[in-house]
Design a protein around this ligand. Structure first.
Ligand code: AMP
Ligand code: GLY
Length: 423
């Protein structure tokens, strides 16, 4: 079978790495891909939101499975685009349809879904420019810190957590009236602050059945000790030591089951990955957010622990036979550490040559913001490479990741040296 992966990050390199291990995968294409996917698949220079361009690639290469990496094309309706086209409708697209992708595309939509299906989450109110005064009044009823979320997609930047009520009011106005996050903050969700430790839960669903993948914890802040600006993610660990069997049973009963049932009840067509951002408050799980795709860098630790043939899993999802799959997960821990461009997540330079990757031993370097230019591998993004390792414990795995990072160099390279510090 010929398969296409959409995206160009570490997540997509990991998907590609896993898919090419399957005997069922004949030719793998990645659009647009990076220097890592170029080594194991054929990169095609088509953007993830260029649906007509993607159609051409699919038809010209006899592709029958498309795995969608990032949220953007899902929220823009790529799955619907395939279903509405006679030449494409038989292609197995892994990713929800547009209506279901709203779970990530709109925070208000997600909160209404959570409420409707009695899934534990923070109390909230939703406001627009016209209800600004009500928003102020709602803030007065809350305790600090105040959580303000732009309703729409804001590249991971749309959440503000503020201690001072006056500052919270002024930011609410900035978002609603002065379009701080553009279109994304036409609506703002104000939430109760939950205090606890976060983790990510990943669920595969084919609309009828579901399978829970290994948990992971990612480290979002740029600085050690979880300080400084938010990033896409600086490292990850799987499994999450504090997500024991008892806790995961609560997650399944209180969150996963009602989510899958809710999708069906609300007619939200969903064949894909549900990424549930959780927070453990005391001993109980609450939902912080839904994403409609895998996490990055969580994918770089979750997929390496899955021992099944990934093409078989995706085929079963396409045929609504996920119940026939028995997930095999290695008991080994996996860790990944992101190597980023100096300056990220603010301004940074690109085009720096990356050297030493071929000397890595006992870890897997997943390329992210890296491209081949004039025969050399150079940086092309903020998050450049994720060094993934296995170990009997996460401590052993993380040690390997750090040992191998030492062998890789590019100008102004930075990484966090404390991944796992809080466990
Ligand atoms: P989100 O984009 O919704 O995942 O929010 C980004 C980050 O803000 C989360 O990963 C949490 O660290 C934090 N956050 C979001 N909502 C809350 C909340 N209700 N209580 C505490 N922290 C939150
Ligand atoms: N690492 C968090 C995310 O992918 O959204």
């Amino acid at each position: 079978m010929n398969i296409l992966v959409l995206g160009s990050g570490g997540r997509e390199h990991t998907f590609a790495w896993k898919l090419v291990q399957s005997e069922k995968c004949n030719n793998l294409f990645v659009a647009p891909g990076n220097s890592g996917t170029a080594e194991i698949a054929k990169n095609v220079p088509v953007g993830v939101n260029d649906f007509e361009g993607i159609k051409e690639v699919v038809l010209n290469n006899n592709i029958s499975m498309v795995v969608v990496g990032p949220e953007d094309p899902l929220v823009n309706g790529i799955h619907d685009f395939f279903l509405n086209d006679d030449a494409l409708k038989s292609v197995n697209v892994i990713g929800p349809q547009r209506a279901a992708a709203e779970l990530e595309g709109s925070k208000e939509f997600a909160k209404e879904f959570l409420d409707r299906h009695n899934i534990p989450t923070a109390a909230y109110g939703s406001f627009t420019k016209d209800s600004l005064e009500k928003g102020y009044a709602f803030l007065e009823t809350m305790k600090p810190p105040y959580v303000l979320k732009a309703d729409g997609l804001a590249a991971g930047k749309g959440v503000l957590i503020i201690d001072d009520i006056n500052e919270a009011k002024s930011e609410l106005k900035n978002m609603l009236v002065d379009s701080k996050f553009g279109e994304a903050s036409t609506k703002v969700v104000i939430e109760e602050f939950l205090s606890g430790i976060e983790l990510s839960c990943f669920v595969l669903t084919d609309e009828e059945n579901y399978k829970i993948l290994p948990t992971a914890k990612d480290y979002k802040r740029i600085g050690e000790g979880d300080t400084g600006l938010n990033t896409g993610g600086m490292g990850a660990i799987s499994p999450v030591p504090f997500a024991n069997e008892e806790f995961m049973q609560k997650v399944e009963d209180r969150i996963v089951k009602p989510t899958i049932k809710g999708l069906k009840k609300d007619n939200l067509p969903y064949k894909g990955f549900v990424f549930i951002g959780l927070i453990k408050v005391g001993d109980d799980p609450f939902v912080i957010e839904y994403n409609v795709r895998m996490g990055d860098p969580e994918t770089e630790v979750v997929l390496p622990r899955v021992q099944n043939d990934l093409v078989e899993i995706f085929q079963a999802m396409g045929n609504q036979r996920l119940n026939e799959i028995e997930l095999k997960i290695t008991p080994q821990a996996a860790t990944t550490v992101m190597m980023v461009s100096g300056g990220y997540p603010e301004a940074y330079e690109k085009g720096k040559e990356i050297i030493g990757v071929e000397t890595v031993e006992g870890s897997i370097p997943f390329h992210a913001g890296a491209q081949i230019q004039n025969g050399k591998v150079v940086t092309s993004g903020g998050r450049v490479m994720a060094m993934t390792s296995y170990g009997e414990t996460y401590q052993e795995a993380i040690k390997k990741s750090y040992q191998n990072i030492e062998k890789v160099k590019f100008d102004k390279m930075y990484y966090r040296k404390d991944i796992g510090f809080d466990l």
